[in-house]
Design a protein around this ligand. Structure first.
Ligand SMILES: *[C@@H]1O[C@H](CO)[C@@H](O)[C@H](O)[C@H]1NC(C)=O
Ligand SMILES: *[C@@H]1O[C@H](CO)[C@@H](O)[C@H](O)[C@H]1NC(C)=O
Ligand SMILES: *[C@@H]1O[C@H](CO)[C@@H](O)[C@H](O)[C@H]1NC(C)=O
Ligand SMILES: *[C@@H]1O[C@H](CO)[C@@H](O)[C@H](O)[C@H]1NC(C)=O
Ligand SMILES: *[C@@H]1O[C@H](CO)[C@@H](O)[C@H](O)[C@H]1NC(C)=O
Length: 411
């Protein structure tokens, strides 16, 4: 969007330059600022124009004309006069609707209350008092009428029937016939206005999942003229893939745990593969969004999943399940309660300050870092609560759910 403003700026400078270095003094010339115009019915259009001729000649006639439909459209046949130095020559339907700027070799024509019968090509021509010395600006200006309703057109860098992350996407607010050139627009995403965009197009240089949403546009000066909302359905391969555990609780030998492969994707991930790591060996152990493991080994295990959709696949981070051996870990307290916990905002980690209710000691405070939105299973070794060792020695595996979270300054 910032780029868009720069593009407009450089275009403007370019136009200024081309108009400024137009006219070496003795040249025959008619210059139109643009060869196209598109306006809404009932509005006003300017045909910006300047001209030049050799010194010493005298002008006697200036005119804007529009060839009739069946005439040649190359400026060789004059058709009807939209403007004429001799006002009696002006076509009835254009009388009182035009303003002509004739000073300093400008020939800009302003046409009011444009209607469907005005569609066509317009030419400026001037004639001098010298026989045969006259000039028509070739090419002319084609006036098109923007016929409502407004709608949003999507152009993307890859020609596919959907929008994919990373593409350059241009949304253009226009009508079926053309995009009005002379009016500012307002743009909205999910009903919030995008203040930085005021032109007829909105450029997303590299579209991202955050750009997913409903877009609409309207005339800045007339909110009644608006386009229907358009859903920009940005597709992307799975992101933020992680393994979630259920049920929360203590991991014990003989228990079974369900691992679920969580991800954000559009379309949603539909294929999952489960892997386990044993030393240096990674092996595939299953498929499906959820996978059940039995804790039958004191070393626990390491697991991760691959989530796939039509656009690609991504592996999750590795989840380590640490089975707690009662002998090694001491007593396991199944009814550990949190009195409070707090989350640090800058990372996805949650710093828990947990007040544990223990059977034989009233209460104690400890803290540990845990991954957000995953279950953390605590167990507390016997040795620990007797000598209040630092947290690292506390192997507490429990679930953060059920803890009521409130913020507390870190110790
Ligand atoms: C504009 O033109 C239409 C016909 O095309 C006419 O009915 C209407 O009165 C005109 N409006 C103004 C403000 O002149
Ligand atoms: C987009 O609009 C549709 C239809 O109005 C609605 O169902 C959907 O929730 C909207 N999506 C967003 C991201 O707002
Ligand atoms: C992935 O997670 C990050 C951090 O929580 C979040 O900002 C981002 O929106 C997520 N991505 C998707 C596609 O939801
Ligand atoms: C890991 O590999 C070792 C040696 O190959 C084997 O003894 C052990 O059973 C394996 N563990 C699991 C959980 O498969
Ligand atoms: C995920 O890991 C497996 C096993 O290491 C590997 O074969 C696969 O290519 C990985 N997938 C992706 C998308 O990196």
């Amino acid at each position: 969007m910032a780029l868009k403003r720069r593009e407009m700026l450089s275009l403007w400078i370019f136009l200024q330059l081309t108009i400024a270095d137009v006219m070496p003094s003795d040249e025959w010339a008619v210059k139109y600022k643009s060869n196209d115009a598109c306006v809404l019915e009932g509005s006003t259009v300017d045909f910006s124009c300047s001209y030049n001729y050799p010194r010493g000649l005298l002008i006697n006639t200036l005119k804007w004309f529009k060839p009739r439909r069946r005439q040649k459209q190359d400026g060789s046949q004059q058709g009807v006069f939209v403007y004429h130095t001799d006002s009696k020559q002006i076509e009835e339907s254009y009388r009182g609707r035009t303003e002509f700027e004739n000073e300093d070799k400008k020939c800009t024509l302003r046409l009011h209350n444009v209607s469907v019968s005005d569609i066509g090509r317009y030419f400026f021509r001037f004639e001098t008092t010298s026989y045969g010395e006259m000039w028509t600006g070739m090419g002319g200006i084609f006036l098109q009428l923007a016929v409502l309703p407004l709608s949003i057109r999507v152009d993307s860098s890859r020609k596919k029937d959907y929008i994919e992350e990373g593409e350059r996407v241009t949304l253009t607010c226009g009508t079926n016939t053309c995009t009005p050139t002379n009016v500012p627009f307002s743009w909205f995403k999910d009903d919030r206005q995008l203040d930085e965009v005021t032109g007829s197009s909105l450029i997303l240089l590299s579209v991202s999942p955050e750009d997913y949403g409903n877009y609409s546009c309207e005339l800045a000066h007339d909110a009644r003229i608006s386009a229907q909302r358009l859903l920009l359905d940005v597709r992307y391969r799975p992101k933020n893939v992680s393994v979630a555990l259920s049920p929360p609780g203590i991991i014990k030998k003989g228990n079974s745990l369900t691992l679920t492969c969580e991800s954000q994707a559009n379309p949603a991930a539909g294929n999952f593969i489960w892997f386990t790591i044993n030393g240096t060996v990674t092996s595939q152990i299953g498929s499906g969004r959820s996978f059940t493991v039995f804790i039958n080994n004191e070393d626990g295990g390491q697991y991760f999943c691959e989530a796939r959709n039509a656009l690609g696949s991504i592996n999750s981070t590795v989840k380590t399940l640490q089975e707690v051996s009662p002998d090694a870990a001491g007593d396991i307290y199944e009814n550990v309660e949190f009195s409070h916990c707090s989350e640090t905002e800058e990372s996805t980690d949650v710093l828990l300050y947990a007040q544990l209710k223990l059977p034989s000691e009233s209460e104690r405070l400890c803290s540990l870092e845990a991954e957000a939105s995953t279950s953390v299973i605590y167990s507390l070794p016997k040795a620990d609560y007797s000598h209040r060792s630092p947290l690292q020695e506390v192997r507490v595996l429990t679930d953060q759910q059920g803890a009521s979270c409130s913020h507390q300054a870190p110790r």
